[in-house]
Design a protein around this ligand. Structure first.
Ligand code: ADP
Length: 656
């Protein structure tokens, strides 16, 4: 599984610029957010003002319409005055008054201003009020209907306005038709209730004096006001409207409030999102770094890594593994056994192990061989462990593979060198032994020589004397010669065996038999230094699996050292003991002397090759002994002998 890792540079704006745009946008957004309610209030305010103006216009139109309707009615009446009978005119006036409650009084005045006919409930009789008189004059002078300035019939009374329509008969002024308006009633009649509900409406004169007022829902607040001149021929009044509504609040309604709340919520979540993204980016960065680190680590590993799923298909290999098996990852990943790198000779082994893996039994560590693409065999050491995902479920197996070719080569080289060392050490030992051999063989050879010489003398003497020789006389001498010759032969044979160079061969070795076999050689050395030998070997001692020759050499070395250590002590103390025992499943052999012992400085370097305290010593003996014992899976050590001297002890695993 080659983990795809893209190195594409993260695509973002460089440096601080990255933050400028969002910051500007957020500031803009906040500004709009603040501006929005203000703008909404402004708009509402404008809208109300415009509405008020429109409504005021409408009211003005309504008032004008009412007035002009009455003007028309009077004009119509004026045409019928001459023809109609007074009761009929009276009835028409009553009808007018009935139709328009704003009319307080309707009169027909004569040319001198005297009333000729009158309608209206509480019409006060008598002369016209001064402003009305002025209007009457003006109407007569201009030949047109005229309105008077507002006036009051009595102090504190309602404001009234008169309309005079001049009457002419063939150019002569004959009087007028006059209508008196009650301004308060005029407002009440013409202003619709829905408008009065929202606004206070008043009529004011030139001096801003309030003439009449309608304030159904209470007085206005002075926030939204509008003035509309009500120009009538002869008078000038102003219609003033004043809304009862106050300034709109800043957050006037639920809609704007919820928009603001939503926007603030949006900002908050934006900030949270930003934080989240920042954290995520940081985590991604860390992950990327970790991935790069991991990839670098995997690539630098000399240990091969191979992951397999539960079906045994390869899911991942690292470069080291590819190098070990000499195959590219494409030829490995996704493949199921038998694998391309399985060596034919070990196929059965692989199959068996693979079946075990499928059954869930993995061998945690084993050695095997892989076959490279070029046919070269690679010895490998494999460690395998279950691959577990984050939920604790096993998803496969992960193996690490060590190429142990070099180790194997080194081991073989070491073995060969060890063999050579053994051989040279054997030869060195034999060098010494051979001189002793020469000395020792002298004895049997001299004995043989003297026995045979004696026998020959006897034969010679018998021939001279001519007497018959009794064979019984010759027999003892020849028998002794034969014994001595056999002994010499035995010594030479064992030395020959010892010197032969060969591969180590493990076999079951009994320590008793081993000591017996080299007993003659040990004795040879011991007798030279007048050392007595004691062997204590239990008959039921278990055997060990070892190379007989190597063990012989170990024993020979240890006994030779022991004997040499005792050459300067009193003769009665020169005792060499060889003691064998069973100890915790191991066969232990101790070589005990009563010699000069080992000084601490010597003990430190005892097993170093070529360390010797002897003038003629090679210093290889103990080194070879330890190697040989460890080769057999045993241990070699030494300790001081409580009776003086040293104990060398080696232990080997016993064989049942
Ligand atoms: P060599 O016998 O050629 O000196 P070894 O490796 O056999 O080489 O021994 C190294 C040294 O260990 C000896 O020179 C000797 O000083 C010391 N040594 C070995 N065995 C004994 C022993 N039984 N008692 C005292 N010293 C010993």
């Amino acid at each position: 599984m080659k983990i795809p890792f893209t190195h594409a540079a993260p695509h973002h704006l460089g440096g601080p610029l990255r933050f400028v745009l969002p910051a500007v946008l957020v500031l803009l957004f906040l500004a709009v957010l603040l501006w929005l309610p203000w703008q909404a209030r402004e708009m509402e305010s404008n809208e109300r003002q415009e509405q008020l103006i429109a409504d005021t216009l409408w009211v003005e139109q309504a008032v004008r319409f009412e007035l002009s309707r009455n003007e028309d009615a009077l004009a119509t009446l004026s045409k019928d005055l001459a023809a109609a009978a007074p009761p009929a005119i009276q009835a028409r006036i009553a009808q007018m008054l009935n139709n328009g409650h704003e009319l307080r009084r309707v009169r027909w005045l004569g040319a001198a201003g005297q009333p000729r006919l009158e309608g209206g409930a509480e019409a006060p009789p008598g002369a016209l009020a001064a402003p009305s008189q002025n209007a009457w004059e003006l109407a007569r002078a201009t030949y047109k209907g005229r309105y008077s300035e507002p006036y009051q019939a009595s102090p504190g009374g309602r404001a009234l306005v008169d309309y005079h329509l001049p009457l002419f008969d063939g150019g002569a002024f004959t009087g007028s038709l006059s209508a008196t308006y009650d301004l308060k009633n005029l407002l009440d009649e013409t202003v619709p209730w829905w408008f009065a509900q929202d606004n206070a409406i008043s009529l004011i004169d030139r001096d801003d004096k309030v003439l009449a007022k309608r304030a159904a829902a209470g007085p206005g607040r002075g926030v939204y006001t509008h003035k509309r001149p009500l120009d009538l021929p002869g008078t000038a009044m102003v219609l003033v409207t004043d809304s009862v509504k106050g300034t709109p609040r800043l957050l006037p309604n639920l809609l704007v409030g919820s928009v603001v709340a939503l926007a603030l919520g949006l900002l908050a979540s934006l900030a949270a999102l930003w934080r989240h993204i920042a954290r995520r980016l940081a985590a991604e960065g860390a992950l990327r770094q970790q991935m790069a680190f991991r990839t670098a680590m995997e690539n630098s590993l000399v240990t091969g890594l191979r992951a397999r799923d539960l079906e045994g298909r390869v899911t991942y290999v690292n470069p080291a593994f590819c190098q070990i098996v000499g195959l590219p990852p494409e030829e490995l990943v996704g493949k199921a056994p038998p694998m391309a790198y399985w060596a034919p000779e070990a196929m059965a082994d692989y199959q068996q192990r693979f079946a075990a893996v499928l059954a869930g039994h993995v061998t945690p560590q084993f050695e095997t061989i892989f076959q490279r693409a070029d046919g070269v065999r690679v010895p490998v050491l494999i460690f395998e462990a279950p691959l577990v995902d984050s939920d604790g479920r096993q998803t496969g197996w992960m193996g690490s593979i060590l190429d142990i070719s070099e180790r194997k080569n080194a081991e073989q080289l070491a073995r060969q060198q060890q063999e050579k060392l053994h051989a040279s050490a054997r030869l060195a030992t034999m060098g010494e032994i051979s001189s002793m051999l020469a000395h020792e063989l002298n004895q049997p050879l001299a004995a043989i020589s003297s026995y045979t010489t004696g026998a020959l003398n006897l034969l010679g003497r018998a021939a001279e004397s001519g007497a018959a020789l009794d064979p019984a006389v010759l027999r003892p001498a020849l028998e002794q010669a034969s014994v001595q010759a056999r002994r010499a032969g035995q010594i030479i044979r064992s030395v020959h065996e010892f010197v032969k160079q060969r591969e180590p061969q493990r076999q079951l070795v009994h320590i008793g038999a081993l000591v017996d076999g080299i007993g003659a050689l040990i004795e040879l050395q011991a007798s030279k230094h007048f050392v007595a030998i004691q062997t204590i070997i239990p008959a039921a001692l278990p055997a060990v699996s070892a190379d007989r020759m190597m063990l012989e050499q170990v024993l020979l070395n240890l006994t030779r050292n022991a004997i040499e250590a005792m050459q300067d002590v009193a003769p009665q103390r020169r005792i060499l003991r060889i003691v064998a025992s069973v100890d915790a499943g191991q066969v232990a052999v101790s070589v005990i002397d009563q010699g000069h012992g080992i000084a601490p400085a010597v003990a430190e370097r005892l097993f170093s090759p070529f360390f010797s305290t002897k003038a003629e010593g090679m210093g290889m003996g103990l080194s070879i002994c330890r190697t040989a014992i460890e080769f057999h899976g045993g241990t070699l050590g030494h300790s001081a002998n409580p009776d003086g001297g040293t104990i060398f002890r080696f232990a080997l695993p016993s064989q049942p």
